[in-house]
Design a binder for this molecule. Structure first.
Ligand SMILES: [Zn+2]
Length: 184
C-alpha cells in the first residue's frame, strides 16, 4: 500500500508525508508507466522569495526541492502524484510536454521577476500607477479595509493586499490572465 495522502491540485503537501516517501521506482506495487500529465505548476507562482518557498519532493523518486511540480494521474491510482520533470517524463513516456510546460513556467517566472522590479510612479493621490503597453495600471488604497487593490485599465480587481509588492504581483497575474484570454 502507498503511504501517501490524497492531495488536491494546489494543496501544499504535508512535509511529514514527504519525508516518509521512498523511491517508488524500486517498488512493484506502483505503476511505472501509463501515467497522464495533468498540469505543471510553479509552487512559487505567488512571487514569494526563495526562503519562503516550501519546495516539494518528488512522490515517485523522493528527490527533494522541486519547484516545478508535475501533476500526473493513473487509472489504477486514486490520487494525483506530484513529481519532478524527469519522473514525469518516464511515467508518461512523454519526453516533450513535461519539459515544454516547465520551460514555459520558467519563462513566466523570469518575466515576473523583471515585472516586480519595475518602478511605478506616484500620482497626486499618493497611489502607484504604471502606463504599460497602452494600459493604465493603478494600485490604490481601499479606504474601508486600508489594504491595496489593483485596477487594470477599467477593470477593478476584487482582491485586497497587505503590501504593494503583493498588489504588483497580482497585477502581473491579471495581465497574464487577460493575455491568455485575448483581452489584453
Ligand atoms: Zn522523481
Amino acid at each position: 500500500m502507498l503511504s501517501v495522502s490524497i492531495k488536491t491540485h494546489r494543496e501544499r503537501p504535508n512535509k511529514k508525508t514527504e519525508i516518509q516517501m521512498s523511491n517508488l521506482w524500486k517498488q512493484s506495487g506502483v505503476p511505472h508507466k501509463g501515467w497522464t500529465l495533468v498540469d505543471v505548476i510553479d509552487i512559487r507562482e505567488d512571487g514569494q522569495s526563495e526562503d519562503d518557498t516550501s519546495y516539494e519532493s518528488c512522490m515517485m523518486c523522493g528527490n527533494e526541492k522541486i519547484r516545478y511540480v508535475h501533476i500526473v494521474t493513473h487509472d489504477e491510482i486514486d490520487e494525483e502524484f506530484r513529481v519532478g520533470c524527469i519522473c514525469a517524463e518516464n511515467m508518461t513516456n512523454d519526453y516533450v510536454n513535461p519539459k515544454r510546460l516547465e520551460r514555459e513556467l520558467r519563462n513566466k517566472a523570469t518575466k515576473r521577476r523583471t515585472w516586480l522590479k519595475k518602478e511605478w510612479k506616484v500620482n497626486q493621490n499618493g497611489n502607484r500607477y504604471l502606463n504599460y503597453h497602452d494600459h493604465h495600471l493603478l494600485i490604490y488604497k481601499d479606504k474601508k479595509s486600508d489594504k491595496y487593490k489593483v485596477k487594470i485599465g477599467e477593470i477593478f480587481g476584487n482582491k485586497k493586499f497587505d503590501t504593494i509588492q503583493e498588489a504588483k504581483n497580482a497585477a502581473f497575474n491579471g495581465i497574464s490572465y487577460l493575455k491568455d484570454h485575448d483581452q489584453w
